[in-house]
Design a protein around this ligand. Structure first.
Ligand SMILES: *Cc1c(COP(=O)(O)O)cnc(C)c1O
Length: 412
């Protein structure tokens, strides 16, 4: 049975309900909590991740390669699960690179992006044989040096900061002044320098922005991305073997957020891929997604430890909070705080509802998980669920703040 559409919520249909309990990974929530052994915890549902990848595979062009951006959720079990589902990984640190390599994925299918890569990281990347997405001219001599020292080719792509942006993206990464990539105006000069050095040039990388729910904006960005790649290919020291068009596919978090319509995106990409196959034969095109693959598959679960009424407002004090889930508290890039979808996962059929606040144990007014939301009446011991928590959750939270225990993570 599907959970009811919760009021003031983006509908959550990825998990079923059994009696009073939300079912995650095939287990009723209290059983899952008992199995995990402690609250709070994150649970990621492997079937939901697999379904999301399958949806993309059936909708998007067959020749488009799909990469997972590890930073969205670097839990090793999640990355291992995705290794069997996606074509490759994108990493942004040496630690993420180790996690990606541990899955057994070929280094030919791993790329490494990020500004300010250390000398050690560049050395590791060359030793591993992965593709380095260059963010600055500074990386060229360092990579050439690593290549000579290791007697291995340094595989490089140039990450471009184009002169266009991704309209409507929750997080913009290009257009204007950015620390990411090389400004498109500077790319010809960089390509000239690259040609002088002993580096294995393979292509270009663009990542325009994240958390976009507007298909049309993504279609436009893709059109501009392919145009730019075609133009710059003429200045490149070698034929393009790879074009990483970034990602930016968003998931609905807040009331009124529509799910992303993949149809127009797929149609646009079909066209661009067909044209690219003629003009730049042999070029692989890669879409790199993080949040879209894992975000909806995850829940954060914490336990009510106290229930208080303060001047007419109801507070469920839990053992979880912003130290585990900064994004749900609204302190990870939200301008106006909005509630993530949430429920009392052990009272799914309750008729008794109340407007309540869910807070954590931290001595700061920022430690709010849910603000003034209609929820099932809960008692001490009940389990609160925060949906849409599979991406930018635990690893994007200040886990040391106030020194409470770490949240556990399970893949179910
Ligand atoms: C963060 C990041 C991604 C993933 O973004 P999502 O919004 O999670 O899809 C992809 N590529 C690069 C280069 C990134 O830095």
């Amino acid at each position: 049975m599907s959970p009811p559409d919760l009021p003031h919520h983006v509908p959550q249909h990825q998990f079923s309900v059994h009696g009073q309990e939300l079912v995650v990974g095939g287990l009723p929530l209290s059983r899952l909590a008992a199995r995990v052994g402690a609250t709070p915890f994150y649970a990621y549902d492997r079937a939901v991740i697999a379904r999301q990848v399958a949806k993309l595979r059936t909708t998007l062009p067959k020749t488009l390669e799909l990469h997972y951006a590890v930073k969205a959720n670097p839990m090793p079990a999640v990355v291992q699960h995705l290794a069997a589902l996606v074509d490759g990984f994108d990493v942004a640190s040496a630690q993420e690179l180790r996690t990606a390599l541990d899955t057994g994925k070929s280094p030919m299918q791993i790329s490494f992006a990020g500004p300010g890569k250390s000398v050690a990281e560049l050395h590791i990347a060359v030793a591993a044989g992965v593709l380095v997405n260059i963010e600055s001219a500074r990386e060229l001599p360092l990579l050439e040096h690593a290549s000579r020292a290791l007697q291995l080719p340094a595989r490089v792509a140039v990450r471009i900061n184009p002169d266009f942006e991704l309209k409507g993206a929750g997080v913009k990464m290009t257009g204007g002044a950015r620390p990411f990539g090389v400004d498109v105006e500077q790319v010809p000069e960089l390509l000239r320098e690259l040609a002088q050095r002993k580096l294995a040039f393979e292509g270009f990388h663009l990542f325009c922005g994240a958390q976009n729910l507007h298909a049309q904006a993504l279609v436009e960005a893709h059109t501009l991305t392919f145009e730019l790649a075609m133009r710059l290919a003429e200045l490149a020291p070698a034929p393009l073997r790879i074009l990483n068009i970034g990602g930016g596919f968003g998931i609905p978090y807040f009331p009124g957020d529509p799910p992303l319509d993949l149809g127009p995106i797929a149609a646009g990409l079909e066209l661009h891929l067909a044209r690219a196959a003629q003009r730049l034969p042999g070029m692989r095109v890669v879409l790199e997604l993080g949040r879209y693959l894992v975000g909806e598959a995850g829940v954060y679960v914490c336990r009510v430890v106290d229930s208080k009424l303060s001047r007419g407002k109801l507070f469920y004090v839990t053992d979880g909070g912003l130290h585990h889930h900064l994004a749900a508290s609204g302190n990870f890039g939200q301008v106006l705080r909005k509630n993530y979808p949430a429920c009392i996962g052990t009272r799914m059929q309750s008729v008794e509802q109340a407007v309540a606040n869910v807070v954590g144990p931290l001595c700061t007014p920022l430690d709010v998980l849910v603000q003034q939301m209609e929820l099932a009446h809960a008692d001490v011991g009940d389990l609160v669920v925060i949906f849409q928590s599979g991406a930018y959750g635990l690893s994007a939270s200040p886990t040391q703040f106030l020194g409470h225990p770490m949240a556990l993570e399970v893949l179910v």
